[in-house]
Ligand binder design. Sequence first.
Ligand code: GLA
Length: 725
Amino acid sequence: MAIYFDRTTKTFYLEGKDITYAFFINKYGFAEHLYFGKRISRDTLLHLRATGGEVASATVPGNVYNAPFCSYQQFPAELSFFGTGYFNEPTVHLLNAEGDRLTELLYDGYEILDEKPQMKTMPSMRGGKTLKLKLRDYATDFCAELYYTVYDDVSVIARRVVYRNERSEAVKLERAYSFTLSLPDMKRDVISFYGAWASERQIQRTPMHHGVISVDSKVSRSTHLNPSMVIATSNANEEHGEAIGIALMYSSHFVLKAEGLPNGAAQITGGINDFDFEWTLEEGEELETPEVIIAYSDEGIGGMSRELHDAAREYIIDKKFVKKSRPIVINNWEGTYFDFNAEKLKAIADGVRGTGVDTFVLDDGWFGKRNNDRCALGDWWVNEEKLPGGLDAIISHVNSLGMKFGLWFEPEMISEDSDIYRAHPEYAIKAPLRKNCYSRQQFVMDITRADVRDYIVDSVNSILDSHNIEYVKWDYNRHATELYSALLPKDRQSEFAHRYALALYELCERIIKTHPQVFFEGCAGGGGRFDYGMLYYFPQIWTSDDSDAHERTHIQYGTSIIYPMSAMSCHVSAVPNHQTGRSTDMKTRADIAHLGATGYELDTSSFTDDDRNVTRGQVEEYRKHEELILSGDLYRLENPFESNFFAFMAVSKDKGNAILTAYRALGGVNREIYRIKPRGLDKSKKYFVPELNLILGGDTLMNAGLIPPFEDGDFKTVTYHFEEK
Ligand code: GLA
């Protein structure tokens, strides 16, 4: 890994594992992009500048026509701006003290830093050599500092911008994106994710076109779609072609835009959503923008995912937990919903005794008068009517079974029917003159207020500090509406959504980081806040409230494009499935859940010895291959969005060990023979395949393939193991 500046050509070369990123400072001081892609020699790249079409464009301000290269519009940008001759999507847009909205951000120096500075207000990737490029609008002393970080073990570049006002007059930012990524052509597809509750991260692939393709959120969380995008060459598939993955480390209103430009080039921008956004910078103030992680591979979308997964595991997710054996939970939610008492909970924990399930998680309903979802959020004291002896009684029972205890919170929420709301109605987000929208009968707390944050931190921490709680599930069950804070001045209300994100990260710092021994799982009405901002704090996130195995093949497939398997919390639940009504075998449910951080979520109080034996076998099997889920390379062999099949394969880094799980949705009679080809093995190694009781070459396996013997019927799985011999 290296960052190198060639003083003669004024070119910066940033070199990561197998990538080069290069730009230069042109004669006007414009940071002009040259190349991003596979690692190349440190050659001059100035011959890549495209000429043509300047006449119709505006000249660089103050310069008479002097072709070629006399217009900002001709230059692929490192940071696009507005109103001074650059006509594509600007990365930054502001209101100057004079009332103009112009910027012209030009070179003002650089620094090369051995260690990447962590962001002050938001989570960011760790480590990595970093280039800090300073751009300045010389007319107004408005500055943009662009950070670029590269790593020698992943083909990923992390980028962000810090905007600073160095003038005595205030400036109002109306857009403050995190990056501009210039691409030489638009013969590419945009892969983005859409979704809703219980149907997260469905995949959409659209050819780029002239104009903008955009995805965003306006609901105070990153939502059931996702703050990410893949830009793939039109011919790219899982194995071949170029793919660039773009993931924002951000958990509130975001936007990502892919723009096809008039000259056939392309530009990607994004960050904090500028819809309903303004941010005032007084003299000397700065605004940090969320980091964007940009991964590259010429080995298809699969190769790109593996780079992102490695980057996340090495540089984002908490080192203490990311590759450590995970808790395997029994969660009572789908087993009881609100209808439980201490005896019932104990019986559920007893039901899995001796199976290897090692953590009992008490979900919603343990606090205040919370007997349904219409009340008590915010009343974070135990309901002793339901749980006589308090949490300690149930915790000691769980501990006596050799299990850890986990607890559910929804810290950012408040019920209208709660003691805390009756005492402090001002804690809820609400706008003057308007009635609030209800969603799940609850309101969102205005965590942009310091008093609300203090209340949340004190309530949650006092429970954690006074009980033996080793696991927390942190939920967030609704979109925010009526975005308004009584404590923000009228002309700063459009800062609300970003202030919400900053407040959320502060809560995580004050609750999660002060309990380093507790394992925190994220959740947001299923996977409504599944992003790298949250994964910095939560090693895993509940992937979806839809726990149906068939649906999960789609949701986990879509999620895996950007996020590692170890980040996906997946549970075996009851049948018929509570969300879809579908029945699938226990084996199928476990095989699909075992492709993530597995667990169980059903009423196990009536488990028989046979059920326990089955569960014990599943847990033992999971523990055997868990290392592959936590640290292995993922190969997506079959796409359930496009076929009747789904298959994931996880291969150890040394290629000595692998697991392949194949799934067939619908069975049938006299169907074509289904053959699957493993990938990622070492072609020169020999592997023992216990399911076949054969030793086969990696070359034979990967070229001749396998024919999985699915049982008759629908929703069946077959698993293979590969052990180097
Ligand atoms: C959300 C979560 C569920 C469960 C319920 C409890 O829907 O996604 O897993 O915790 O809330 O109310």
